[in-house]
Design a binder for this molecule. Structure first.
Ligand SMILES: C[S@@+](CC[C@H](N)C(=O)[O-])C[C@H]1O[C@@H](n2cnc3c(N)ncnc32)[C@H](O)[C@@H]1O
Length: 226
């Protein structure tokens, strides 16, 4: 698959602040935004990010406005404790994903098993249900990101809400879960991630490359996919 003409980078991902990256994208250029932002819970994403922002919802509204400009349909996994802020948005729908292996606690239970998903705008097609249920999957050992999303969840959301060859944008790529999901489902995945520490994981998962003697190589039987 080719990168779209308007994408100003030589790879399907760019290591940069998403707000800067979004400015360079034309109106209505992508079929779907599917993104998993920082939760404002003090998670350590490395030196480049502050996950404890006083201006959190003000910041969210800036990138959300940009999302509305570049697409007609947006999916966000905002985290349970941020739902009250997103509630301000007119016309959003909510679904949930149930994580059977979830390790986190809530204020009322020892194990918390669900997370919200926000949907905004008009999907190209409808899913059968608004509940997605999966086991937690932190990757296959190379994933050092503090909170990767389950591969199966993103895989299912992509296939439920987009078609082959569609262009999907993620503003907060993290360890590349969405890029890998796009590669495996024949979608064109375009991404921003601010932290360069995650680039090796992103390349391995999203582009199916391996590091041999300090150089990246396409795995042999693989085709170039973007
Ligand atoms: C919740 S994590 C995403 C995890 C990802 N879904 C995965 O499965 O690995 C949020 C990510 O956003 C990145 N991030 C934070 N601020 C950013 C910004 N302004 N622009 C781009 N990425 C940012 C963090 O470094 C972190 O990796």
């Amino acid at each position: 698959m080719n990168l779209p003409d308007w994408w100003p980078h030589d790879k399907p991902y760019a290591i940069m602040d998403c707000l800067e990256g979004m400015k360079e994208l034309p109106d209505k250029c992508v079929d779907l935004v599917l993104t998993d932002p920082p939760y404002n819970l003090g998670i350590d994403y490395g030196d480049t990010t502050d996950d404890n922002r006083e201006d959190y919802f003000n910041w969210c509204s800036k990138w959300f406005e940009e999302c509305k400009r570049v697409t007609d349909f947006i999916i966000i996994t905002p985290g349970r404790y941020n739902i009250y802020g997103w509630n301000e948005i007119d016309g959003f729908e909510m679904g949930i994903w149930i994580n059977k292996m979830q390790q986190s606690r809530s204020r009322i239970s020892y194990l918390s098993k669900w997370e919200p998903i926000i949907f905004y705008g008009k999907p190209k097609k409808r899913a059968a249900w608004d509940i997605w249920s999966y086991n937690s999957n932190r990757g296959d050992g190379f994933n050092t990101h503090p909170c990767p999303k389950p591969q199966e969840l993103f895989f299912k959301l992509i296939t439920d809400f987009s078609n082959k060859n569609d262009i999907i944008l993620d503003l907060f790529l993290g360890s590349g879960t969405l890029l890998e999901s796009c590669r495996k489902t024949n979608r064109i995945g375009l991404r921003f991630e601010i932290n360069p520490e995650y680039e090796p994981i992103i390349r391995k998962r999203g582009m199916d490359e391996e590091l041999i003697n300090g150089k990246w190589h396409k795995k042999q039987e693989q085709q170039e996919w973007w």
